[in-house]
Design a protein around this ligand. Structure first.
Ligand code: FAD
Ligand code: EPU
Length: 338
Protein backbone atom coordinates (compact mmCIF):
# COMPACT_ATOMS: atom_id res chain seq x y z
CA UNK A 1 0.00 0.00 0.00
CA UNK A 2 1.01 3.61 -0.44
CA UNK A 3 -0.02 6.34 1.99
CA UNK A 4 -0.05 10.05 1.13
CA UNK A 5 -0.79 12.65 3.80
CA UNK A 6 -2.64 15.94 3.28
CA UNK A 7 -3.48 14.87 -0.26
CA UNK A 8 -5.27 16.86 -2.99
CA UNK A 9 -8.27 15.03 -4.48
CA UNK A 10 -8.33 17.19 -7.63
CA UNK A 11 -7.33 14.25 -9.86
CA UNK A 12 -9.79 11.98 -8.06
CA UNK A 13 -13.08 13.73 -8.76
CA UNK A 14 -14.31 14.41 -12.28
CA UNK A 15 -15.74 17.80 -11.27
CA UNK A 16 -12.04 18.68 -10.87
CA UNK A 17 -12.51 20.26 -7.42
CA UNK A 18 -9.39 20.92 -5.41
CA UNK A 19 -10.35 19.59 -1.97
CA UNK A 20 -7.95 17.69 0.26
CA UNK A 21 -8.13 14.68 2.51
CA UNK A 22 -6.08 13.96 5.65
CA UNK A 23 -4.66 10.77 4.14
CA UNK A 24 -5.01 8.93 0.83
CA UNK A 25 -4.26 5.21 0.72
CA UNK A 26 -3.63 3.37 -2.51
CA UNK A 27 -4.56 -0.25 -1.86
CA UNK A 28 -2.38 -2.57 -3.95
CA UNK A 29 -3.84 -5.94 -2.86
CA UNK A 30 -7.38 -6.61 -1.68
CA UNK A 31 -6.12 -8.34 1.50
CA UNK A 32 -4.35 -5.14 2.63
CA UNK A 33 -7.71 -3.65 3.60
CA UNK A 34 -7.73 -5.95 6.61
CA UNK A 35 -4.56 -4.44 8.09
CA UNK A 36 -5.51 -0.93 6.94
CA UNK A 37 -8.77 -1.30 8.84
CA UNK A 38 -6.92 -2.45 11.98
CA UNK A 39 -4.26 0.24 11.71
CA UNK A 40 -6.69 3.15 11.23
CA UNK A 41 -9.77 1.65 12.95
CA UNK A 42 -11.79 2.58 9.91
CA UNK A 43 -14.97 1.25 11.43
CA UNK A 44 -14.75 4.32 13.69
CA UNK A 45 -12.64 6.80 11.70
CA UNK A 46 -14.19 8.78 8.84
CA UNK A 47 -13.31 7.08 5.60
CA UNK A 48 -14.35 7.32 1.98
CA UNK A 49 -13.67 5.01 -0.92
CA UNK A 50 -12.94 6.74 -4.20
CA UNK A 51 -12.49 5.05 -7.55
CA UNK A 52 -12.23 7.73 -10.23
CA UNK A 53 -14.59 10.11 -8.43
CA UNK A 54 -16.96 10.25 -11.42
CA UNK A 55 -20.07 9.99 -9.27
CA UNK A 56 -19.22 12.16 -6.29
CA UNK A 57 -19.47 15.84 -5.44
CA UNK A 58 -16.97 17.00 -2.83
CA UNK A 59 -18.26 20.03 -0.94
CA UNK A 60 -15.33 20.53 1.45
CA UNK A 61 -12.00 19.05 2.49
CA UNK A 62 -12.48 15.47 3.64
CA UNK A 63 -11.41 15.15 7.25
CA UNK A 64 -10.58 11.50 7.17
CA UNK A 65 -9.00 8.76 5.12
CA UNK A 66 -9.64 8.13 1.45
CA UNK A 67 -9.13 4.60 0.15
CA UNK A 68 -8.44 4.00 -3.51
CA UNK A 69 -8.08 0.50 -5.00
CA UNK A 70 -5.40 -0.07 -7.63
CA UNK A 71 -5.48 -3.89 -7.76
CA UNK A 72 -7.00 -4.75 -11.12
CA UNK A 73 -6.61 -8.38 -12.12
CA UNK A 74 -9.01 -10.03 -14.50
CA UNK A 75 -9.45 -13.81 -14.41
CA UNK A 76 -11.47 -16.07 -16.68
CA UNK A 77 -13.02 -18.49 -14.19
CA UNK A 78 -15.13 -20.89 -16.23
CA UNK A 79 -15.93 -21.30 -19.90
CA UNK A 80 -19.27 -22.91 -20.75
CA UNK A 81 -20.82 -23.63 -24.12
CA UNK A 82 -22.68 -20.32 -24.25
CA UNK A 83 -21.11 -18.22 -21.56
CA UNK A 84 -17.92 -17.19 -19.77
CA UNK A 85 -17.60 -16.31 -16.10
CA UNK A 86 -14.97 -13.67 -15.33
CA UNK A 87 -13.75 -12.21 -12.07
CA UNK A 88 -12.50 -8.64 -12.11
CA UNK A 89 -10.85 -6.70 -9.32
CA UNK A 90 -12.06 -3.32 -8.07
CA UNK A 91 -9.22 -1.17 -9.44
CA UNK A 92 -9.76 -2.06 -13.10
CA UNK A 93 -10.98 0.76 -15.29
CA UNK A 94 -14.58 -0.02 -16.27
CA UNK A 95 -14.18 0.98 -19.90
CA UNK A 96 -11.06 -1.19 -20.27
CA UNK A 97 -13.17 -4.11 -19.06
CA UNK A 98 -15.84 -3.34 -21.66
CA UNK A 99 -13.14 -3.18 -24.35
CA UNK A 100 -11.82 -6.57 -23.19
CA UNK A 101 -15.30 -8.10 -23.46
CA UNK A 102 -15.88 -6.53 -26.88
CA UNK A 103 -12.51 -7.83 -28.17
CA UNK A 104 -13.35 -11.34 -26.93
CA UNK A 105 -16.87 -11.14 -28.41
CA UNK A 106 -18.47 -11.61 -25.00
CA UNK A 107 -21.90 -9.96 -24.81
CA UNK A 108 -23.62 -8.27 -21.89
CA UNK A 109 -21.76 -5.02 -21.17
CA UNK A 110 -21.11 -3.58 -24.65
CA UNK A 111 -23.85 -0.93 -24.21
CA UNK A 112 -22.07 0.20 -21.03
CA UNK A 113 -19.13 1.49 -23.05
CA UNK A 114 -17.61 4.89 -22.17
CA UNK A 115 -18.95 4.99 -18.61
CA UNK A 116 -16.14 6.48 -16.51
CA UNK A 117 -15.02 4.91 -13.24
CA UNK A 118 -13.57 1.74 -11.79
CA UNK A 119 -15.06 -1.74 -11.59
CA UNK A 120 -15.45 -1.56 -7.78
CA UNK A 121 -17.96 1.29 -8.05
CA UNK A 122 -20.04 -0.28 -10.82
CA UNK A 123 -22.34 -2.34 -8.53
CA UNK A 124 -22.83 0.54 -6.07
CA UNK A 125 -25.43 2.28 -8.22
CA UNK A 126 -25.97 -0.63 -10.62
CA UNK A 127 -24.55 1.32 -13.55
CA UNK A 128 -26.76 1.37 -16.58
CA UNK A 129 -27.06 2.81 -20.07
CA UNK A 130 -28.75 2.11 -23.39
CA UNK A 131 -30.92 -0.71 -22.06
CA UNK A 132 -28.25 -2.61 -20.12
CA UNK A 133 -27.53 -2.62 -16.39
CA UNK A 134 -24.68 -4.37 -14.64
CA UNK A 135 -27.22 -6.34 -12.60
CA UNK A 136 -28.09 -8.30 -15.75
CA UNK A 137 -24.65 -9.94 -15.85
CA UNK A 138 -23.38 -9.81 -12.29
CA UNK A 139 -23.12 -13.12 -10.44
CA UNK A 140 -21.40 -12.15 -7.18
CA UNK A 141 -19.89 -9.15 -5.42
CA UNK A 142 -16.93 -9.68 -3.05
CA UNK A 143 -16.35 -7.06 -0.37
CA UNK A 144 -14.80 -6.28 2.97
CA UNK A 145 -17.32 -5.33 5.64
CA UNK A 146 -15.85 -2.65 7.95
CA UNK A 147 -18.45 -3.34 10.64
CA UNK A 148 -17.29 -6.86 11.44
CA UNK A 149 -13.93 -6.83 9.64
CA UNK A 150 -14.83 -9.77 7.42
CA UNK A 151 -14.54 -10.49 3.70
CA UNK A 152 -17.95 -11.48 2.29
CA UNK A 153 -19.47 -12.64 -0.96
CA UNK A 154 -23.00 -11.66 -1.98
CA UNK A 155 -24.86 -13.46 -4.73
CA UNK A 156 -26.68 -11.04 -7.02
CA UNK A 157 -30.06 -11.64 -5.34
CA UNK A 158 -28.68 -10.34 -2.05
CA UNK A 159 -27.37 -7.14 -3.67
CA UNK A 160 -30.93 -5.76 -4.15
CA UNK A 161 -30.09 -4.13 -7.44
CA UNK A 162 -32.57 -1.57 -8.70
CA UNK A 163 -32.49 1.49 -10.96
CA UNK A 164 -29.34 3.39 -9.86
CA UNK A 165 -29.40 1.56 -6.53
CA UNK A 166 -28.20 -1.48 -4.60
CA UNK A 167 -27.79 -2.61 -1.02
CA UNK A 168 -24.33 -0.99 -1.15
CA UNK A 169 -25.88 2.44 -1.77
CA UNK A 170 -28.59 1.84 0.86
CA UNK A 171 -28.30 -0.37 3.99
CA UNK A 172 -24.58 -1.02 3.55
CA UNK A 173 -23.67 2.55 2.55
CA UNK A 174 -20.14 3.45 3.73
CA UNK A 175 -19.79 -0.01 5.31
CA UNK A 176 -18.15 -1.97 2.51
CA UNK A 177 -15.08 -1.98 0.34
CA UNK A 178 -15.91 -3.88 -2.85
CA UNK A 179 -12.84 -5.85 -3.89
CA UNK A 180 -14.03 -7.77 -6.96
CA UNK A 181 -17.05 -8.83 -8.97
CA UNK A 182 -17.96 -11.85 -11.06
CA UNK A 183 -19.72 -11.33 -14.38
CA UNK A 184 -21.38 -13.92 -16.56
CA UNK A 185 -20.99 -12.85 -20.20
CA UNK A 186 -22.64 -14.46 -23.18
CA UNK A 187 -20.94 -15.99 -26.22
CA UNK A 188 -24.27 -15.67 -28.05
CA UNK A 189 -24.96 -12.32 -29.71
CA UNK A 190 -27.58 -10.42 -27.72
CA UNK A 191 -27.77 -6.93 -29.21
CA UNK A 192 -29.97 -4.55 -27.24
CA UNK A 193 -31.25 -1.99 -29.69
CA UNK A 194 -34.35 -0.56 -28.09
CA UNK A 195 -32.97 2.53 -26.37
CA UNK A 196 -33.28 6.00 -27.92
CA UNK A 197 -31.71 6.41 -31.33
CA UNK A 198 -29.52 3.28 -31.36
CA UNK A 199 -31.56 1.66 -34.15
CA UNK A 200 -31.55 4.89 -36.17
CA UNK A 201 -27.79 5.26 -35.89
CA UNK A 202 -27.25 1.64 -37.00
CA UNK A 203 -29.65 2.15 -39.90
CA UNK A 204 -27.81 5.30 -40.96
CA UNK A 205 -24.60 3.27 -41.05
CA UNK A 206 -26.47 0.55 -43.02
CA UNK A 207 -25.84 -2.08 -40.35
CA UNK A 208 -28.49 -4.80 -40.24
CA UNK A 209 -27.00 -7.47 -37.97
CA UNK A 210 -24.78 -5.51 -35.60
CA UNK A 211 -21.64 -7.11 -34.28
CA UNK A 212 -20.51 -6.41 -30.75
CA UNK A 213 -18.12 -3.75 -32.12
CA UNK A 214 -20.98 -2.14 -34.06
CA UNK A 215 -22.93 -1.88 -30.80
CA UNK A 216 -20.11 -0.45 -28.71
CA UNK A 217 -18.93 1.94 -31.46
CA UNK A 218 -22.45 3.22 -32.10
CA UNK A 219 -23.16 3.82 -28.43
CA UNK A 220 -19.77 5.43 -27.85
CA UNK A 221 -20.55 7.79 -30.74
CA UNK A 222 -24.02 8.70 -29.41
CA UNK A 223 -22.60 9.33 -25.94
CA UNK A 224 -19.82 11.52 -27.32
CA UNK A 225 -22.38 13.68 -29.12
CA UNK A 226 -24.40 14.28 -25.92
CA UNK A 227 -22.16 14.18 -22.88
CA UNK A 228 -19.21 16.40 -21.97
CA UNK A 229 -15.89 14.64 -21.43
CA UNK A 230 -14.68 15.19 -17.85
CA UNK A 231 -11.16 15.75 -19.22
CA UNK A 232 -12.46 18.90 -20.90
CA UNK A 233 -15.38 19.98 -18.71
CA UNK A 234 -15.74 19.01 -15.05
CA UNK A 235 -18.91 16.97 -14.48
CA UNK A 236 -20.21 13.76 -12.90
CA UNK A 237 -22.66 12.60 -15.58
CA UNK A 238 -26.36 12.74 -14.69
CA UNK A 239 -26.59 14.73 -11.49
CA UNK A 240 -30.14 13.55 -10.71
CA UNK A 241 -31.98 10.25 -11.14
CA UNK A 242 -34.89 10.06 -13.52
CA UNK A 243 -37.96 10.21 -11.27
CA UNK A 244 -40.26 7.21 -11.02
CA UNK A 245 -43.80 8.42 -10.41
CA UNK A 246 -47.36 7.05 -10.40
CA UNK A 247 -48.70 6.75 -13.94
CA UNK A 248 -51.77 8.74 -12.82
CA UNK A 249 -49.45 11.62 -11.84
CA UNK A 250 -47.77 11.47 -15.27
CA UNK A 251 -51.17 11.54 -16.98
CA UNK A 252 -52.06 14.63 -14.95
CA UNK A 253 -48.87 16.41 -16.08
CA UNK A 254 -49.53 15.36 -19.66
CA UNK A 255 -52.77 17.38 -19.65
CA UNK A 256 -50.71 20.59 -19.51
CA UNK A 257 -47.60 19.21 -21.23
CA UNK A 258 -48.65 16.73 -23.94
CA UNK A 259 -45.01 16.22 -24.97
CA UNK A 260 -44.02 14.62 -21.63
CA UNK A 261 -42.01 11.46 -22.50
CA UNK A 262 -43.14 8.48 -20.43
CA UNK A 263 -41.21 5.23 -20.03
CA UNK A 264 -43.14 2.28 -18.67
CA UNK A 265 -41.80 0.22 -15.77
CA UNK A 266 -43.27 -3.17 -14.89
CA UNK A 267 -45.83 -1.90 -12.38
CA UNK A 268 -48.15 1.08 -11.94
CA UNK A 269 -45.23 3.50 -11.98
CA UNK A 270 -43.56 5.23 -14.92
CA UNK A 271 -40.15 6.77 -15.36
CA UNK A 272 -39.93 10.28 -16.75
CA UNK A 273 -36.76 12.08 -17.87
CA UNK A 274 -35.32 14.54 -15.37
CA UNK A 275 -33.65 16.24 -18.38
CA UNK A 276 -37.11 17.06 -19.75
CA UNK A 277 -38.27 18.51 -16.39
CA UNK A 278 -35.12 20.65 -16.16
CA UNK A 279 -35.52 21.85 -19.73
CA UNK A 280 -39.17 22.77 -19.05
CA UNK A 281 -38.27 24.96 -16.06
CA UNK A 282 -35.98 26.87 -18.42
CA UNK A 283 -32.71 25.53 -17.07
CA UNK A 284 -31.22 23.90 -20.18
CA UNK A 285 -27.83 25.51 -20.71
CA UNK A 286 -28.45 27.85 -17.76
CA UNK A 287 -25.39 29.39 -16.15
CA UNK A 288 -25.04 30.65 -12.61
CA UNK A 289 -21.61 31.90 -11.60
CA UNK A 290 -19.15 29.09 -12.20
CA UNK A 291 -21.77 26.39 -12.67
CA UNK A 292 -24.13 25.50 -15.51
CA UNK A 293 -26.31 22.79 -16.92
CA UNK A 294 -24.78 21.36 -20.09
CA UNK A 295 -26.35 22.90 -23.19
CA UNK A 296 -26.93 19.51 -24.87
CA UNK A 297 -28.04 17.57 -21.77
CA UNK A 298 -29.34 19.60 -18.79
CA UNK A 299 -29.20 16.62 -16.43
CA UNK A 300 -25.44 17.13 -16.39
CA UNK A 301 -24.16 19.92 -14.16
CA UNK A 302 -20.83 21.31 -15.26
CA UNK A 303 -17.99 23.16 -13.60
CA UNK A 304 -17.16 26.15 -15.79
CA UNK A 305 -13.68 26.25 -14.31
CA UNK A 306 -13.57 27.73 -10.86
CA UNK A 307 -16.67 26.36 -9.19
CA UNK A 308 -16.66 25.20 -5.59
CA UNK A 309 -18.52 22.09 -4.50
CA UNK A 310 -20.86 24.26 -2.47
CA UNK A 311 -21.74 26.38 -5.51
CA UNK A 312 -22.55 23.24 -7.51
CA UNK A 313 -24.69 21.92 -4.67
CA UNK A 314 -26.50 25.26 -4.33
CA UNK A 315 -27.29 25.26 -8.05
CA UNK A 316 -28.52 21.64 -7.81
CA UNK A 317 -30.79 22.61 -4.90
CA UNK A 318 -32.18 25.52 -6.92
CA UNK A 319 -33.14 23.06 -9.67
CA UNK A 320 -34.75 20.73 -7.12
CA UNK A 321 -36.84 23.60 -5.70
CA UNK A 322 -37.96 24.86 -9.14
CA UNK A 323 -38.92 21.39 -10.39
CA UNK A 324 -40.88 20.80 -7.17
CA UNK A 325 -42.68 24.14 -7.56
CA UNK A 326 -43.66 23.57 -11.19
CA UNK A 327 -44.28 19.80 -11.29
CA UNK A 328 -44.59 18.76 -7.63
CA UNK A 329 -41.87 16.16 -8.25
CA UNK A 330 -38.89 15.81 -5.94
CA UNK A 331 -35.69 15.17 -7.89
CA UNK A 332 -33.22 12.90 -6.11
CA UNK A 333 -29.50 13.27 -6.66
CA UNK A 334 -27.71 10.40 -8.35
CA UNK A 335 -24.31 11.84 -7.49
CA UNK A 336 -23.02 11.08 -3.97
CA UNK A 337 -22.66 14.35 -2.07
CA UNK A 338 -19.65 14.26 0.28
P1 FAD B 1 -16.65 7.08 -7.46
O1 FAD B 1 -17.28 8.30 -7.98
O2 FAD B 1 -15.25 7.15 -7.02
O3 FAD B 1 -17.54 6.51 -6.27
C1 FAD B 1 -18.95 6.46 -6.40
C2 FAD B 1 -19.53 5.88 -5.10
O4 FAD B 1 -19.13 4.54 -4.96
C3 FAD B 1 -19.02 6.59 -3.84
O5 FAD B 1 -20.06 6.57 -2.89
C4 FAD B 1 -17.85 5.72 -3.40
O6 FAD B 1 -17.58 5.83 -2.00
C5 FAD B 1 -18.35 4.33 -3.76
N1 FAD B 1 -17.27 3.41 -4.14
C6 FAD B 1 -16.41 3.53 -5.17
N2 FAD B 1 -15.62 2.45 -5.25
C7 FAD B 1 -15.98 1.61 -4.26
C8 FAD B 1 -15.54 0.33 -3.81
N3 FAD B 1 -14.55 -0.33 -4.39
N4 FAD B 1 -16.15 -0.22 -2.72
C9 FAD B 1 -17.17 0.44 -2.08
N5 FAD B 1 -17.62 1.64 -2.45
C10 FAD B 1 -17.05 2.23 -3.53
N6 FAD B 1 -23.29 6.10 -14.56
C11 FAD B 1 -24.18 5.23 -15.09
O7 FAD B 1 -24.72 4.38 -14.38
N7 FAD B 1 -24.50 5.28 -16.42
C12 FAD B 1 -23.95 6.16 -17.26
O8 FAD B 1 -24.24 6.17 -18.45
C13 FAD B 1 -23.00 7.09 -16.74
N8 FAD B 1 -22.42 8.01 -17.54
C14 FAD B 1 -21.53 8.91 -17.02
C15 FAD B 1 -20.95 9.86 -17.88
C16 FAD B 1 -20.05 10.77 -17.38
C17 FAD B 1 -19.43 11.79 -18.32
C18 FAD B 1 -19.69 10.76 -16.00
C19 FAD B 1 -18.68 11.72 -15.47
C20 FAD B 1 -20.27 9.82 -15.14
C21 FAD B 1 -21.20 8.89 -15.65
N9 FAD B 1 -21.80 7.93 -14.82
C22 FAD B 1 -22.69 7.03 -15.35
C23 FAD B 1 -21.54 7.90 -13.37
C24 FAD B 1 -20.25 7.13 -12.98
O9 FAD B 1 -19.39 7.00 -14.07
C25 FAD B 1 -20.55 5.74 -12.42
O10 FAD B 1 -21.40 5.84 -11.30
C26 FAD B 1 -19.29 4.99 -12.01
O11 FAD B 1 -19.60 3.67 -11.65
C27 FAD B 1 -18.53 5.66 -10.85
O12 FAD B 1 -17.25 5.04 -10.74
P2 FAD B 1 -16.08 5.71 -9.90
O13 FAD B 1 -14.99 4.72 -9.80
O14 FAD B 1 -15.73 7.01 -10.49
O15 FAD B 1 -16.79 5.88 -8.50
N1 EPU C 1 -34.42 15.10 -22.84
C1 EPU C 1 -34.95 16.38 -22.91
N2 EPU C 1 -34.08 17.41 -23.09
C2 EPU C 1 -32.75 17.21 -23.26
C3 EPU C 1 -32.21 15.91 -23.19
C4 EPU C 1 -33.09 14.86 -22.97
O1 EPU C 1 -36.15 16.59 -22.77
O2 EPU C 1 -32.03 18.19 -23.44
C5 EPU C 1 -35.37 13.97 -22.65
C6 EPU C 1 -35.75 13.35 -23.98
O3 EPU C 1 -37.11 13.01 -23.92
C7 EPU C 1 -34.92 12.07 -24.01
C8 EPU C 1 -34.86 11.71 -22.54
O4 EPU C 1 -34.76 12.96 -21.87
O5 EPU C 1 -35.54 11.06 -24.75
C9 EPU C 1 -33.70 10.81 -22.15
O6 EPU C 1 -32.47 11.44 -22.47
P1 EPU C 1 -31.13 10.60 -22.64
O7 EPU C 1 -31.33 9.50 -23.61
O8 EPU C 1 -30.03 11.55 -22.89
O9 EPU C 1 -30.96 9.89 -21.22
P2 EPU C 1 -31.18 10.36 -19.74
O10 EPU C 1 -32.43 9.74 -19.23
O11 EPU C 1 -31.05 11.81 -19.58
C10 EPU C 1 -30.06 8.23 -18.73
C11 EPU C 1 -29.01 7.97 -17.69
C12 EPU C 1 -27.62 8.14 -18.27
C13 EPU C 1 -27.45 7.14 -19.42
C14 EPU C 1 -28.54 7.43 -20.47
C15 EPU C 1 -28.52 6.40 -21.57
C16 EPU C 1 -30.02 8.47 -15.56
C17 EPU C 1 -30.11 9.40 -14.41
N3 EPU C 1 -29.20 8.83 -16.54
O12 EPU C 1 -29.94 9.62 -19.04
O13 EPU C 1 -26.66 7.83 -17.27
O14 EPU C 1 -26.19 7.24 -20.00
O15 EPU C 1 -29.84 7.39 -19.85
O16 EPU C 1 -29.03 5.20 -21.09
O17 EPU C 1 -30.68 7.42 -15.55
C18 EPU C 1 -25.43 8.76 -15.49
O18 EPU C 1 -26.05 7.98 -14.76
O19 EPU C 1 -24.52 9.52 -15.05
C19 EPU C 1 -25.74 8.79 -16.92
C20 EPU C 1 -25.14 9.60 -17.77
Amino acid sequence: MKIFNDFSLKRFNTFGLNYKCDAFIEVEFAEEIYSINKMFELDKARHLIIGEGSNILLTKDFEGIVIHPVFNNLKIKTVEKNSVLIEVEAGKNWNDLVQFAVNKNLWGIENLISIPGLVGAAPIQNIGAYGQEIKDVIETVQFFDFDDALFKVYEKEKCRFDYRSSIFKQELKNRVFITSIELNLSKEPKPILDYGNVKDELKKAEIINPTIEDMSNTIAKIRKSKLPSPEEIGNAGSFFKNPIIFSSKAEEIKKNYPDLPIFKTNNSYVKIPAAWLIEKIGYKGKTKGNVATYHKQPLVLINLGNATGEEILEFANEIIVKVKQVFDILLETEVNII
